[in-house]
Design a protein around this ligand. Structure first.
Ligand SMILES: CC(=O)N[C@H]1[C@@H](OP(=O)(O)OP(=O)(O)OC[C@H]2O[C@@H](n3ccc(=O)[nH]c3=O)[C@H](O)[C@@H]2O)O[C@H](CO)[C@@H](O)[C@@H]1O
Ligand SMILES: C=C(OP(=O)(O)O)C(=O)O
Length: 436
Protein backbone atom coordinates (compact mmCIF):
# COMPACT_ATOMS: atom_id res chain seq x y z
CA UNK A 1 0.00 0.00 0.00
CA UNK A 2 1.21 3.50 -0.75
CA UNK A 3 1.68 5.68 2.29
CA UNK A 4 3.32 8.85 3.43
CA UNK A 5 5.32 8.53 6.61
CA UNK A 6 6.03 11.71 8.58
CA UNK A 7 8.07 12.04 11.73
CA UNK A 8 6.94 15.15 13.56
CA UNK A 9 9.00 17.80 15.28
CA UNK A 10 10.85 19.58 12.48
CA UNK A 11 10.37 23.31 11.91
CA UNK A 12 9.79 24.14 8.25
CA UNK A 13 12.11 26.68 6.70
CA UNK A 14 12.73 27.95 3.19
CA UNK A 15 10.77 28.61 0.02
CA UNK A 16 8.07 26.62 -1.70
CA UNK A 17 6.52 27.29 -5.12
CA UNK A 18 2.80 26.72 -5.65
CA UNK A 19 1.44 25.17 -8.84
CA UNK A 20 -1.32 26.38 -11.12
CA UNK A 21 -4.75 25.98 -9.52
CA UNK A 22 -6.47 22.63 -9.95
CA UNK A 23 -9.88 24.23 -9.53
CA UNK A 24 -9.12 26.84 -12.18
CA UNK A 25 -7.57 24.55 -14.75
CA UNK A 26 -10.41 21.98 -14.83
CA UNK A 27 -13.11 24.44 -16.01
CA UNK A 28 -10.65 26.14 -18.39
CA UNK A 29 -9.86 22.81 -20.05
CA UNK A 30 -13.59 22.08 -20.29
CA UNK A 31 -14.16 25.55 -21.79
CA UNK A 32 -11.59 24.88 -24.51
CA UNK A 33 -14.29 22.62 -26.07
CA UNK A 34 -16.09 25.82 -27.06
CA UNK A 35 -13.46 26.75 -29.67
CA UNK A 36 -14.55 25.57 -33.08
CA UNK A 37 -11.24 26.57 -34.60
CA UNK A 38 -7.57 26.57 -33.58
CA UNK A 39 -5.60 25.03 -30.73
CA UNK A 40 -5.95 26.35 -27.18
CA UNK A 41 -2.71 26.47 -25.22
CA UNK A 42 -3.03 26.39 -21.42
CA UNK A 43 0.06 27.04 -19.31
CA UNK A 44 1.08 26.40 -15.68
CA UNK A 45 -1.04 23.26 -15.64
CA UNK A 46 -0.28 21.07 -12.61
CA UNK A 47 0.35 17.41 -13.46
CA UNK A 48 -2.39 16.06 -11.19
CA UNK A 49 -4.58 13.01 -11.61
CA UNK A 50 -7.67 15.25 -12.01
CA UNK A 51 -6.02 17.00 -14.95
CA UNK A 52 -5.33 13.62 -16.60
CA UNK A 53 -8.97 12.69 -16.00
CA UNK A 54 -10.42 15.83 -17.62
CA UNK A 55 -7.97 15.39 -20.52
CA UNK A 56 -9.28 11.83 -20.96
CA UNK A 57 -12.86 13.11 -20.93
CA UNK A 58 -12.03 15.60 -23.70
CA UNK A 59 -10.28 12.91 -25.76
CA UNK A 60 -13.34 10.74 -25.33
CA UNK A 61 -15.40 13.62 -26.76
CA UNK A 62 -13.13 13.58 -29.84
CA UNK A 63 -10.93 16.58 -28.97
CA UNK A 64 -7.22 16.29 -29.54
CA UNK A 65 -5.39 16.89 -26.24
CA UNK A 66 -1.65 16.90 -25.60
CA UNK A 67 -0.14 17.43 -22.17
CA UNK A 68 3.56 18.10 -21.80
CA UNK A 69 5.72 20.11 -19.41
CA UNK A 70 2.88 21.89 -17.61
CA UNK A 71 1.28 22.89 -20.89
CA UNK A 72 -1.91 21.50 -22.35
CA UNK A 73 -3.05 22.03 -25.91
CA UNK A 74 -6.61 21.29 -26.92
CA UNK A 75 -7.84 21.13 -30.49
CA UNK A 76 -11.62 20.82 -30.38
CA UNK A 77 -12.23 21.74 -34.02
CA UNK A 78 -13.40 18.26 -35.09
CA UNK A 79 -16.99 17.17 -34.70
CA UNK A 80 -17.51 16.51 -30.99
CA UNK A 81 -19.15 13.50 -29.38
CA UNK A 82 -21.56 14.23 -26.54
CA UNK A 83 -21.18 11.59 -23.84
CA UNK A 84 -19.10 11.69 -20.63
CA UNK A 85 -19.38 8.14 -19.20
CA UNK A 86 -19.50 7.15 -15.53
CA UNK A 87 -15.94 5.83 -15.45
CA UNK A 88 -14.69 9.45 -15.65
CA UNK A 89 -17.42 11.22 -13.69
CA UNK A 90 -16.99 8.70 -10.84
CA UNK A 91 -13.29 9.54 -10.61
CA UNK A 92 -13.84 13.26 -10.76
CA UNK A 93 -17.10 15.18 -10.37
CA UNK A 94 -15.76 18.19 -12.25
CA UNK A 95 -16.30 16.09 -15.42
CA UNK A 96 -19.84 17.54 -15.39
CA UNK A 97 -18.29 20.83 -16.49
CA UNK A 98 -18.21 19.58 -20.09
CA UNK A 99 -22.00 19.81 -20.12
CA UNK A 100 -22.27 23.58 -20.60
CA UNK A 101 -19.72 23.71 -23.44
CA UNK A 102 -21.26 20.68 -25.23
CA UNK A 103 -24.78 22.09 -24.99
CA UNK A 104 -23.57 25.43 -26.31
CA UNK A 105 -21.54 24.02 -29.17
CA UNK A 106 -23.33 20.80 -30.19
CA UNK A 107 -26.78 21.42 -28.69
CA UNK A 108 -26.67 18.15 -26.80
CA UNK A 109 -24.85 16.57 -23.85
CA UNK A 110 -25.12 13.22 -22.09
CA UNK A 111 -23.22 13.03 -18.82
CA UNK A 112 -23.28 10.29 -16.17
CA UNK A 113 -24.94 11.38 -12.93
CA UNK A 114 -22.13 12.13 -10.48
CA UNK A 115 -23.79 10.77 -7.32
CA UNK A 116 -22.65 11.67 -3.80
CA UNK A 117 -19.12 11.71 -2.46
CA UNK A 118 -17.20 11.72 0.82
CA UNK A 119 -18.00 15.36 1.59
CA UNK A 120 -21.70 15.52 0.77
CA UNK A 121 -24.49 14.62 -1.64
CA UNK A 122 -23.47 17.36 -4.08
CA UNK A 123 -26.47 17.54 -6.44
CA UNK A 124 -26.20 19.46 -9.73
CA UNK A 125 -29.79 20.74 -9.81
CA UNK A 126 -28.65 24.37 -10.07
CA UNK A 127 -26.59 23.61 -13.21
CA UNK A 128 -29.64 21.92 -14.76
CA UNK A 129 -32.07 24.69 -13.77
CA UNK A 130 -29.77 27.14 -15.53
CA UNK A 131 -29.68 25.05 -18.73
CA UNK A 132 -33.48 24.74 -18.63
CA UNK A 133 -33.87 28.49 -18.20
CA UNK A 134 -31.85 28.82 -21.42
CA UNK A 135 -34.31 26.60 -23.26
CA UNK A 136 -32.67 23.17 -22.95
CA UNK A 137 -34.75 20.08 -22.25
CA UNK A 138 -33.20 18.08 -19.44
CA UNK A 139 -33.94 14.41 -18.77
CA UNK A 140 -32.49 12.24 -16.03
CA UNK A 141 -32.63 8.46 -16.32
CA UNK A 142 -30.57 5.27 -16.31
CA UNK A 143 -27.79 7.01 -14.44
CA UNK A 144 -27.40 9.73 -17.06
CA UNK A 145 -28.43 13.34 -17.50
CA UNK A 146 -29.33 14.30 -21.03
CA UNK A 147 -29.74 17.90 -22.05
CA UNK A 148 -30.75 19.01 -25.49
CA UNK A 149 -31.50 22.31 -27.11
CA UNK A 150 -33.37 22.93 -30.34
CA UNK A 151 -31.13 25.41 -32.11
CA UNK A 152 -29.05 27.82 -30.04
CA UNK A 153 -29.61 28.22 -26.31
CA UNK A 154 -31.50 31.41 -25.40
CA UNK A 155 -30.03 34.03 -23.10
CA UNK A 156 -31.93 34.21 -19.83
CA UNK A 157 -32.01 35.65 -16.31
CA UNK A 158 -30.89 32.99 -13.82
CA UNK A 159 -30.91 33.33 -10.06
CA UNK A 160 -28.86 30.72 -8.18
CA UNK A 161 -30.32 29.65 -4.81
CA UNK A 162 -26.74 29.16 -3.65
CA UNK A 163 -23.62 30.69 -5.25
CA UNK A 164 -22.44 27.33 -6.59
CA UNK A 165 -19.00 27.42 -8.21
CA UNK A 166 -19.72 24.62 -10.67
CA UNK A 167 -23.20 25.90 -11.62
CA UNK A 168 -21.83 29.40 -12.23
CA UNK A 169 -19.07 27.96 -14.45
CA UNK A 170 -21.33 25.59 -16.38
CA UNK A 171 -24.00 28.24 -17.03
CA UNK A 172 -21.38 30.86 -17.92
CA UNK A 173 -19.84 28.52 -20.51
CA UNK A 174 -23.23 27.54 -21.95
CA UNK A 175 -24.25 31.20 -22.22
CA UNK A 176 -21.22 32.26 -24.27
CA UNK A 177 -22.76 30.87 -27.48
CA UNK A 178 -26.43 31.51 -26.58
CA UNK A 179 -28.68 33.92 -28.43
CA UNK A 180 -28.83 37.18 -26.48
CA UNK A 181 -27.89 38.12 -22.95
CA UNK A 182 -27.68 35.82 -19.91
CA UNK A 183 -27.58 37.29 -16.42
CA UNK A 184 -26.53 35.02 -13.53
CA UNK A 185 -27.52 36.42 -10.17
CA UNK A 186 -26.22 35.33 -6.78
CA UNK A 187 -23.36 33.67 -8.66
CA UNK A 188 -20.08 32.43 -7.19
CA UNK A 189 -17.27 35.00 -6.86
CA UNK A 190 -14.27 32.67 -6.47
CA UNK A 191 -10.97 33.64 -8.17
CA UNK A 192 -11.40 30.51 -10.33
CA UNK A 193 -14.60 32.06 -11.77
CA UNK A 194 -12.63 35.16 -12.75
CA UNK A 195 -9.91 33.03 -14.34
CA UNK A 196 -12.51 31.18 -16.42
CA UNK A 197 -14.16 34.46 -17.49
CA UNK A 198 -10.76 35.81 -18.57
CA UNK A 199 -10.13 32.68 -20.63
CA UNK A 200 -13.60 32.88 -22.24
CA UNK A 201 -13.13 36.56 -23.07
CA UNK A 202 -9.81 35.77 -24.76
CA UNK A 203 -11.72 33.20 -26.84
CA UNK A 204 -14.01 35.96 -28.09
CA UNK A 205 -16.79 35.68 -25.50
CA UNK A 206 -18.35 38.72 -23.82
CA UNK A 207 -18.46 38.00 -20.09
CA UNK A 208 -18.74 40.88 -17.62
CA UNK A 209 -18.93 41.06 -13.83
CA UNK A 210 -16.97 37.89 -12.93
CA UNK A 211 -15.84 38.18 -9.32
CA UNK A 212 -19.06 40.02 -8.34
CA UNK A 213 -22.48 38.61 -7.46
CA UNK A 214 -23.90 39.22 -10.97
CA UNK A 215 -22.35 38.00 -14.21
CA UNK A 216 -23.63 39.14 -17.62
CA UNK A 217 -22.83 37.13 -20.72
CA UNK A 218 -23.68 38.39 -24.17
CA UNK A 219 -23.85 35.41 -26.50
CA UNK A 220 -21.70 35.35 -29.64
CA UNK A 221 -21.88 33.16 -32.79
CA UNK A 222 -18.60 31.30 -32.30
CA UNK A 223 -15.44 31.18 -30.23
CA UNK A 224 -11.83 30.54 -31.18
CA UNK A 225 -8.85 28.94 -29.44
CA UNK A 226 -6.52 31.10 -27.36
CA UNK A 227 -3.57 30.99 -24.94
CA UNK A 228 -3.92 31.26 -21.20
CA UNK A 229 -1.84 30.92 -18.03
CA UNK A 230 -3.66 29.45 -15.02
CA UNK A 231 -3.74 31.39 -11.71
CA UNK A 232 -1.73 30.01 -8.77
CA UNK A 233 -3.46 27.50 -6.52
CA UNK A 234 -4.71 29.42 -3.47
CA UNK A 235 -5.63 26.19 -1.67
CA UNK A 236 -2.19 24.67 -2.16
CA UNK A 237 -0.69 28.01 -1.03
CA UNK A 238 -2.91 28.05 2.06
CA UNK A 239 -2.00 24.46 2.84
CA UNK A 240 1.72 25.33 2.94
CA UNK A 241 0.97 28.44 5.01
CA UNK A 242 -0.69 26.24 7.63
CA UNK A 243 2.15 23.71 7.45
CA UNK A 244 4.60 26.53 8.18
CA UNK A 245 2.45 27.87 11.02
CA UNK A 246 1.93 24.52 12.78
CA UNK A 247 5.67 23.83 12.95
CA UNK A 248 6.57 27.35 14.13
CA UNK A 249 8.49 27.63 10.86
CA UNK A 250 9.47 30.42 8.49
CA UNK A 251 8.40 29.76 4.91
CA UNK A 252 8.02 31.91 1.82
CA UNK A 253 5.07 30.59 -0.18
CA UNK A 254 5.94 31.72 -3.70
CA UNK A 255 2.96 32.41 -5.92
CA UNK A 256 0.51 32.98 -3.03
CA UNK A 257 -1.78 35.84 -4.12
CA UNK A 258 -2.78 37.89 -1.03
CA UNK A 259 -6.15 38.98 -2.53
CA UNK A 260 -7.10 35.32 -3.01
CA UNK A 261 -6.27 34.47 0.59
CA UNK A 262 -7.77 37.32 2.64
CA UNK A 263 -9.96 35.21 4.94
CA UNK A 264 -7.19 32.69 5.66
CA UNK A 265 -4.61 35.43 6.31
CA UNK A 266 -7.04 37.17 8.71
CA UNK A 267 -7.66 33.96 10.67
CA UNK A 268 -3.98 33.01 10.81
CA UNK A 269 -3.07 36.49 12.05
CA UNK A 270 -5.79 36.20 14.71
CA UNK A 271 -4.09 32.96 15.80
CA UNK A 272 -0.77 34.75 16.22
CA UNK A 273 0.88 33.84 12.92
CA UNK A 274 3.04 36.52 11.32
CA UNK A 275 2.36 36.99 7.61
CA UNK A 276 4.46 39.28 5.48
CA UNK A 277 3.62 40.24 1.90
CA UNK A 278 6.72 39.91 -0.26
CA UNK A 279 7.02 40.57 -4.00
CA UNK A 280 7.06 36.84 -4.78
CA UNK A 281 4.36 35.70 -2.38
CA UNK A 282 3.59 35.43 1.32
CA UNK A 283 6.12 34.75 4.04
CA UNK A 284 4.66 32.91 7.00
CA UNK A 285 6.28 32.79 10.43
CA UNK A 286 4.67 30.50 12.98
CA UNK A 287 4.53 31.60 16.65
CA UNK A 288 5.63 29.60 19.70
CA UNK A 289 2.00 29.45 20.84
CA UNK A 290 -1.10 29.53 18.66
CA UNK A 291 -4.42 31.00 19.86
CA UNK A 292 -7.73 29.28 19.08
CA UNK A 293 -10.26 31.03 16.79
CA UNK A 294 -13.72 30.25 15.41
CA UNK A 295 -14.21 29.60 11.71
CA UNK A 296 -17.24 29.41 9.47
CA UNK A 297 -16.80 28.16 5.92
CA UNK A 298 -18.61 30.28 3.32
CA UNK A 299 -18.56 30.93 -0.40
CA UNK A 300 -15.76 33.32 -1.46
CA UNK A 301 -14.70 35.79 -0.07
CA UNK A 302 -15.66 33.82 3.05
CA UNK A 303 -13.41 31.16 4.56
CA UNK A 304 -12.97 28.37 1.98
CA UNK A 305 -14.31 24.91 2.77
CA UNK A 306 -11.26 23.52 0.97
CA UNK A 307 -9.09 24.89 3.84
CA UNK A 308 -11.33 23.61 6.63
CA UNK A 309 -9.55 20.35 7.44
CA UNK A 310 -6.05 21.90 7.31
CA UNK A 311 -7.28 24.61 9.70
CA UNK A 312 -8.64 21.89 11.98
CA UNK A 313 -5.11 20.46 12.27
CA UNK A 314 -3.86 23.90 13.30
CA UNK A 315 -6.65 24.46 15.83
CA UNK A 316 -5.87 21.13 17.49
CA UNK A 317 -2.48 22.64 18.36
CA UNK A 318 -3.83 26.04 19.45
CA UNK A 319 -4.54 27.16 23.02
CA UNK A 320 -8.21 27.39 23.85
CA UNK A 321 -11.48 26.26 22.29
CA UNK A 322 -12.12 26.78 18.60
CA UNK A 323 -15.35 26.11 16.73
CA UNK A 324 -15.46 25.29 13.03
CA UNK A 325 -18.84 25.53 11.32
CA UNK A 326 -19.11 23.99 7.88
CA UNK A 327 -21.87 25.69 5.88
CA UNK A 328 -20.89 24.70 2.32
CA UNK A 329 -20.91 20.88 2.44
CA UNK A 330 -23.13 18.89 4.78
CA UNK A 331 -20.71 16.07 5.47
CA UNK A 332 -17.18 17.41 5.43
CA UNK A 333 -16.06 16.14 8.84
CA UNK A 334 -14.95 12.60 7.98
CA UNK A 335 -11.38 13.53 8.97
CA UNK A 336 -12.40 14.21 12.59
CA UNK A 337 -12.18 10.51 13.49
CA UNK A 338 -8.70 10.35 11.98
CA UNK A 339 -7.53 13.38 13.99
CA UNK A 340 -8.92 11.68 17.09
CA UNK A 341 -6.66 8.72 16.35
CA UNK A 342 -3.82 11.23 16.70
CA UNK A 343 -5.07 12.28 20.16
CA UNK A 344 -7.00 15.39 19.11
CA UNK A 345 -9.86 16.51 21.34
CA UNK A 346 -12.62 17.22 18.81
CA UNK A 347 -16.38 16.85 19.18
CA UNK A 348 -18.90 17.04 16.33
CA UNK A 349 -22.13 18.93 17.05
CA UNK A 350 -24.36 19.12 13.99
CA UNK A 351 -22.61 21.20 11.35
CA UNK A 352 -19.93 22.37 13.80
CA UNK A 353 -16.93 20.85 15.51
CA UNK A 354 -15.57 21.94 18.84
CA UNK A 355 -11.84 21.65 19.23
CA UNK A 356 -10.23 21.86 22.63
CA UNK A 357 -6.56 22.58 22.36
CA UNK A 358 -3.74 22.33 22.59
CA UNK A 359 -3.47 18.55 22.28
CA UNK A 360 -0.16 16.74 22.21
CA UNK A 361 -0.58 15.11 18.81
CA UNK A 362 0.62 11.52 18.62
CA UNK A 363 1.77 9.76 15.47
CA UNK A 364 -0.70 7.11 14.26
CA UNK A 365 -1.89 5.18 11.21
CA UNK A 366 -4.55 7.33 9.57
CA UNK A 367 -6.48 7.20 6.37
CA UNK A 368 -7.18 10.16 4.07
CA UNK A 369 -10.93 10.54 3.66
CA UNK A 370 -10.77 13.19 0.92
CA UNK A 371 -8.26 15.35 -0.88
CA UNK A 372 -7.89 18.15 1.69
CA UNK A 373 -8.12 15.73 4.61
CA UNK A 374 -5.06 13.97 3.17
CA UNK A 375 -3.05 17.19 3.33
CA UNK A 376 -4.45 18.04 6.77
CA UNK A 377 -3.41 14.70 8.26
CA UNK A 378 0.09 15.07 6.86
CA UNK A 379 0.25 18.58 8.35
CA UNK A 380 -0.84 17.17 11.73
CA UNK A 381 1.89 14.56 11.33
CA UNK A 382 4.48 17.36 11.04
CA UNK A 383 3.67 18.34 14.62
CA UNK A 384 2.91 14.92 16.12
CA UNK A 385 5.17 12.96 18.39
CA UNK A 386 6.58 9.97 16.51
CA UNK A 387 5.57 8.55 13.16
CA UNK A 388 2.29 9.25 11.32
CA UNK A 389 1.42 6.98 8.42
CA UNK A 390 -1.15 8.37 6.00
CA UNK A 391 -2.83 6.03 3.49
CA UNK A 392 -5.40 6.46 0.66
CA UNK A 393 -3.07 8.80 -1.19
CA UNK A 394 -5.18 8.68 -4.36
CA UNK A 395 -7.08 11.58 -2.76
CA UNK A 396 -3.89 13.60 -2.22
CA UNK A 397 -2.79 13.02 -5.82
CA UNK A 398 -5.99 14.61 -7.14
CA UNK A 399 -4.89 18.00 -5.88
CA UNK A 400 -1.27 18.17 -4.67
CA UNK A 401 1.79 17.67 -6.80
CA UNK A 402 4.91 16.29 -5.06
CA UNK A 403 3.47 17.26 -1.68
CA UNK A 404 5.92 15.18 0.35
CA UNK A 405 8.90 16.33 -1.74
CA UNK A 406 7.96 19.97 -1.28
CA UNK A 407 7.64 19.46 2.49
CA UNK A 408 10.93 17.56 2.57
CA UNK A 409 12.63 20.47 0.77
CA UNK A 410 11.44 22.69 3.65
CA UNK A 411 13.06 20.35 6.18
CA UNK A 412 10.24 17.93 7.04
CA UNK A 413 11.16 14.36 7.91
CA UNK A 414 8.84 12.72 5.40
CA UNK A 415 8.85 9.96 2.81
CA UNK A 416 6.41 8.26 0.49
CA UNK A 417 6.68 4.53 0.19
CA UNK A 418 4.89 1.66 -1.43
CA UNK A 419 5.26 -1.19 1.04
CA UNK A 420 3.75 -3.69 -1.40
CA UNK A 421 6.73 -2.98 -3.64
CA UNK A 422 8.99 -3.31 -0.59
CA UNK A 423 7.43 -6.63 0.38
CA UNK A 424 7.67 -7.96 -3.18
CA UNK A 425 11.29 -6.82 -3.37
CA UNK A 426 12.06 -8.45 -0.03
CA UNK A 427 10.39 -11.71 -1.11
CA UNK A 428 12.32 -11.63 -4.40
CA UNK A 429 15.59 -11.00 -2.54
CA UNK A 430 14.78 -13.86 -0.18
CA UNK A 431 13.93 -16.18 -3.09
CA UNK A 432 17.13 -15.28 -4.91
CA UNK A 433 19.12 -15.77 -1.67
CA UNK A 434 17.52 -19.19 -1.21
CA UNK A 435 18.23 -20.08 -4.83
CA UNK A 436 21.91 -19.20 -4.37
C1 LIG B 1 -13.45 21.43 -9.08
C2 LIG B 1 -13.83 22.50 -8.14
O1 LIG B 1 -13.72 23.68 -8.45
N1 LIG B 1 -14.25 22.13 -6.94
C3 LIG B 1 -14.63 23.13 -5.97
C4 LIG B 1 -16.04 23.59 -6.20
O2 LIG B 1 -16.88 22.43 -6.16
P1 LIG B 1 -18.37 22.52 -6.68
O3 LIG B 1 -18.43 23.40 -7.86
O4 LIG B 1 -18.88 21.14 -6.80
O5 LIG B 1 -19.06 23.21 -5.45
P2 LIG B 1 -20.38 24.08 -5.40
O6 LIG B 1 -20.02 25.50 -5.11
O7 LIG B 1 -21.18 23.80 -6.61
O8 LIG B 1 -21.11 23.45 -4.16
C5 LIG B 1 -21.39 24.15 -2.99
C6 LIG B 1 -22.63 23.62 -2.32
O9 LIG B 1 -23.75 23.80 -3.20
C7 LIG B 1 -24.45 22.58 -3.36
N2 LIG B 1 -24.99 22.55 -4.74
C8 LIG B 1 -24.17 22.77 -5.80
C9 LIG B 1 -24.64 22.70 -7.09
C10 LIG B 1 -25.99 22.39 -7.30
O10 LIG B 1 -26.49 22.31 -8.43
N3 LIG B 1 -26.79 22.15 -6.21
C11 LIG B 1 -26.33 22.23 -4.92
O11 LIG B 1 -27.06 22.02 -3.98
C12 LIG B 1 -23.40 21.50 -3.13
O12 LIG B 1 -23.98 20.26 -2.78
C13 LIG B 1 -22.59 22.11 -2.00
O13 LIG B 1 -23.21 21.87 -0.79
O14 LIG B 1 -16.42 24.52 -5.21
C14 LIG B 1 -16.42 24.00 -3.88
C15 LIG B 1 -16.93 25.07 -2.95
O15 LIG B 1 -16.03 26.11 -2.88
C16 LIG B 1 -15.02 23.50 -3.53
O16 LIG B 1 -15.05 22.87 -2.30
C17 LIG B 1 -14.49 22.54 -4.58
O17 LIG B 1 -13.12 22.28 -4.36
C1 LIG C 1 -13.53 19.24 -3.00
C2 LIG C 1 -12.55 19.47 -3.86
O1 LIG C 1 -12.55 19.17 -5.17
P1 LIG C 1 -13.73 18.51 -6.04
O2 LIG C 1 -14.80 19.52 -6.17
O3 LIG C 1 -13.06 18.26 -7.37
O4 LIG C 1 -14.15 17.25 -5.33
C3 LIG C 1 -11.30 20.15 -3.43
O5 LIG C 1 -10.54 20.61 -4.30
O6 LIG C 1 -11.05 20.24 -2.22
Amino acid sequence: MEKIIVRGGKRLNGTVQVEGAKNAVLPVIAASLLASEGKSVIRDVPTLSDVYTISEVLRHLNANVTFQDNEITVDASRELLIEAPFEYVRKMRASVLVMGPLLARVGKARVALPGGCAIGSRPIDLHLKGFEAMGAKVKVGNGFIEAESEGRLKGSKIYLDFPSVGATQNIMMAATLAEGMTVIENCAKEPEIVDLANFLNKMGAIVKGAGTGTIRIEGVESLFATEHTIIPDRIEAGTFMIAAAITGGDVLVKGAVPEHLTSLVAKLEEMGVLIIEEPQGLRVIGPERLKAVDIKTMPHPGFPTDMQSQMMALLVCAEGTGVITETVFENRFMHVEEFRRMNADIKIEGRSVIINGPSELQGAEVSATDLRAAAALIIAGLKADGYTRVTELKHLDRGYLNFHLKLASLGADIERINDEVEIVTKVNEYVSDVNV
